[in-house]
Design a protein around this ligand. Structure first.
Ligand SMILES: Nc1nc2c(ncn2[C@@H]2O[C@H](COP(=O)(O)OP(=O)(O)O)[C@@H](O)[C@H]2O)c(=O)[nH]1
Ligand SMILES: [Mg+2]
Length: 303
């Protein structure tokens, strides 16, 4: 950049641009340079050049900001979190749209998902956080989120893809469910062959199509089961049971749920009645040690 015929304001802005320590300083200096540069025709090329530089920098700053806000720190982990993991084009984003109200970009070309996209899967009034991760082969794939997720939903179009995903599962701690997607494109014979293979490996899997949505209820049920939780409906005497369940780990007791909802005041309970899979008959009186099962209704009488 020639420094002849430039105003002192421009030269000082240029100096600040060249010594800028970060993007913000750079952007600010570039803006100053554009404002203070000569207006005459001979400087047109230089103006265009500075403008391009300004735009590029601004764009890259926005991208960085976006990436940061979607990074692991930016995602508040809910009680039940599942991530969709797989190769590009296997249908992860389509599955997210099928199961939640979130929409992720769906496209025929590779690597469309550049940031984790979050959706909520509502299963019988329980909320499951679903995250659509960029494909494993993409530079935007986030191993950290995969490692800490409670559940990994491994999306494949055929069993041979599993091998390519396997290395990314090494440090993961969550339960695994394989979703064999796009079964609308398969012949019955192929479906049977693939099922038999996955079965022989003792994998937890399901056949699915995000296009026809066949098996969608089974898929939701299977996802819920990976968390090893139970839904307990609480009830006040004389009133219907609450429609929002309390979520607890499997094998929780009456004491566990009492502690959770009464914040440690379980000694105030006079009597507990249970109706459901863990009771021998409706309204069975049970002690605090009674072990609950999924879908039990629990009624507390307080002293
Ligand atoms: N036939 C069929 N196509 C699907 C199915 N699921 C996704 N697709 C298509 O596969 C392509 C990639 O899907 P996308 O959800 O973007 O995959 P992602 O890269 O894993 O997120 C798109 O053209 C989708 O329409 C399915 O179940 N059946
Ligand atoms: Mg995608």
């Amino acid at each position: 950049m020639s420094s002849t015929n430039q105003s002192p304001e421009f030269l000082s802005a240029q100096k600040r641009y060249l010594s800028a320590k970060n993007d913000e300083e750079k952007l600010f200096a570039l803006e100053e340079m554009l404002k203070t540069m000569p207006k005459h025709k001979g400087a047109e090329e230089m103006r265009a050049n500075l403008k391009t530089r300004f735009k590029k920098l601004k764009l890259s700053m926005e991208e960085k900001k976006k990436k940061k806000s979607f990074s692991k720190e930016g995602i508040k982990k809910e009680e039940m979190q599942a991530v969709l993991i797989g190769l590009a084009n296997s249908g992860k984003s389509s599955i997210l749209s099928c199961l939640t109200n979130a929409s992720s970009q769906i496209a025929d070309y590779e690597f469309t998902t550049r940031y984790p996209i979050i959706g909520m899967l509502d299963f019988d009034n329980t909320k499951i956080q679903l995250i659509d991760l960029p494909a494993v082969e993409s530079e935007y794939f986030d191993q950290g989120i995969a490692n800490t997720a409670d559940t990994l939903l491994i999306v494949i179009e055929n069993p041979s893809q599993f091998e390519k995903i396997f290395p990314f599962l090494e440090k993961t701690a969550g339960s695994k469910l394989i979703i064999l997607n796009k079964i609308d494109l398969l012949e019955e014979k192929e479906k049977r062959r693939m099922s038999a293979f996955l079965q022989s490996k003792k994998y937890n899997f399901i056949l699915f199509s995000s296009k026809t949505k066949e098996n969608i209820h089974e898929l939701k049920e299977k996802i819920w089961k990976t968390f090893n939780k139970i839904r307990i409906y609480t009830k006040q005497p004389g009133k219907p049971a609450d429609s929002d369940p309390v979520i607890l780990p499997e094998k929780s007791t009456v004491k566990d749920i009492a502690e959770k909802i009464f914040h440690g005041l379980s000694e105030n309970i006079k009597e507990t009645k249970v109706t459901g899979p863990s009771s021998k008959f409706p309204n069975q009186k049970v002690s605090l040690k009674h072990t609950l099962k999924d879908r039990d209704i629990v009624e507390f009488c307080i002293k």
